[in-house]
Ligand binder design. Structure first.
Ligand SMILES: NC(=O)c1ccc[n+]([C@@H]2O[C@H](COP(=O)([O-])OP(=O)(O)OC[C@H]3O[C@@H](n4cnc5c(N)ncnc54)[C@H](O)[C@@H]3O)[C@@H](O)[C@H]2O)c1
Length: 441
């Protein structure tokens, strides 16, 4: 056990290294979250080492290129050339690092329970090389209590003590890929530590590279903040999707309803319906909360219900397509259906959990001939699909029905409106273009 003087020295040494930006920073997991974070700290003057299991990603970074749309390759190249950024597959570098941020995936298991394999594996590797004077921050989205209940015992198992020899925090990542206004640097960063000094150290670290820091009282609070944010979105989208189905039965235009409601200057925030929830955050993270709540003997009924409603949306979209074709005197079976946009949201290249995948599957299983176009996703090989993007105007013109699933900005909606025979628009991308062959959700 460290003496009070030793602890103070260790703490002051790390704080001084962070303040002078001489601390050696490590980021474990160089994906949509980890690479932008590594680049921000390298840009702020730190020497940053990224660690990833995928040798191809490591190679690309060391060659000065980027595989993440929001991270410009020129920025990676100049940081690599200045020796501010490097990557490796070898965890032994942790022995030379002062800080480590863990940004690995947290998917769901088959029974919608948290799959902590990646976090635990990465943490085990970090624990092997943990040494006095380190700050460790978990950024992967997870259930309340993970940092304290799972990571802390692991990091203390070698004899070092939190708050004395090392500092441990949770800080949720809020990055929004494809968002031109908000990115890692200017999104306020919530951080909560195991001890108050852990929180202070975490805040001191992030302050060097990010604009606004929001310290909270514990790692558990920080973990719950992220889940509240994503659950809030999931439930409100579920509500508006349910209203969309109700409005269809009553012959009411949901888009007009939302636009008018959004004129209320207080107490209302618009959410919009869509073809289903995509991405690896909103459809997944709330189940981390409901899982933990069940462990504590509670039920998370809103979450389960919203998950169910949102899960119905791909079927609802296909039924819209089927009805539209029937009205035009064509069966769905044998029809050519062209899906526009397969990424899970606008202007990005990520297809994880994208509702387009479900829609394509259902259309195919009902005998339709499917094709798609998405300039951000040239090839689609997910979930048993193997298709290439057909970006020419012929695909739109020749289809019996065009389904707008993702409203990318690069699509020319007025020319699509002119050349398509029938359009089902799940995003109101055709707003302002009224024509009988355009059917909105
Ligand atoms: N992408 C987003 O928009 C976003 C936003 C907020 C929060 N998050 C959360 O951040 C976390 C990471 O998400 P992501 O989108 O960056 O994932 P990602 O799949 O893009 O990247 C994760 C990286 O971690 C690497 N990895 C996996 N196991 C590893 C290990 N044991 N050691 C080293 N590297 C390992 C993978 O090879 C991959 O490169 C998740 O918990 C996610 O829910 C993501």
């Amino acid at each position: 056990m460290a003496t009070a003087v030793q602890t103070r020295n260790t703490l002051e040494t790390l704080a001084a290294k962070i303040d002078s930006r001489t601390a050696r920073v490590g980021v474990v997991g160089l994906g949509y979250v980890g690479l932008p974070l590594a680049v921000e700290f390298a840009d702020a003057g730190f020497s940053v080492t990224g660690i990833d299991l995928q040798a191809e990603k490591v190679k690309q970074i060391n060659q000065g290129s980027s595989y993440i749309q929001d991270v410009p390759p020129e920025q990676v190249r100049s940081l690599v050339e200045e020796r501010k950024l490097a990557a490796t597959t070898d965890f032994a570098v942790v022995a030379d690092l002062d800080t480590v941020n863990i940004c690995v995936p947290t998917p769901l298991g088959k029974a919608k329970d948290p799959d902590m394999t990646f976090v635990m594996e990465a943490s085990r590797q970090v624990a092997r090389y943990l040494h006095p004077g380190m700050l460790i921050v978990l950024e992967s989205t997870t259930y309340p209590g993970t940092t304290e209940e799972m990571l802390l015992p692991l990091f203390e198992s070698g004899g070092l003590r939190v708050g004395e020899d090392f500092w441990l925090c949770f800080s949720p990542e809020r990055v929004d890929p494809g968002n031109p206004q908000f990115h890692t640097r200017n999104i306020p960063k919530v951080v909560g530590g195991i001890t108050p000094q852990c929180t202070n150290m975490g805040a001191c670290f992030y302050r060097q590279a990010l604009e606004t820091i929001v310290p909270v009282g514990s790692a558990r609070v920080a973990e719950t903040v992220k889940l509240l944010e994503n659950t809030f979105r999931m439930i409100n989208i579920g509500l508006v999707n349910e209203l969309t189905i109700m409005c269809e039965r009553m012959g009411i235009d949901i888009w007009e309803v939302i636009d008018a409601a959004a004129t209320k200057p207080f107490g209302f925030m618009p959410f919009y319906p869509g073809p289903g929830l995509g991405g690896h955050c909103i459809p997944i993270d709330p189940f981390y909360l409901s899982w933990k709540s069940k462990q504590a003997g509670g039920e998370a009924r809103f979450i389960e219900l919203a998950g169910w409603v949102n899960g119905q949306m791909p079927e609802f979209v296909v039924s819209k397509v089927q009805n539209a074709l029937n009205d035009a005197g064509k069966p769905l079976k044998g029809s050519r259906i062209h899906v526009m946009g397969v990424a899970y949201k606008r202007d990005i290249d990520d297809v994880r959990e994208s509702p387009a995948l479900d829609i394509l599957h259902v259309l195919r299983s009902r005998g339709a001939q499917v094709s798609y176009s998405d300039p951000h996703v040239p090839r689609l090989t997910a979930d048993g699909l193997d298709l290439s993007s057909e970006d020419g105007p012929e695909a739109v013109g020749e289809a019996d029905c065009v389904v707008i699933v993702t409203d990318h900005r690069v699509f020319d909606y007025s020319s699509i409106a002119q050349s398509a025979r029938l359009i089902v628009d799940t995003r109101n991308a055709m707003k302002g273009i009224a024509a009988p062959h355009i059917i909105r959700l």
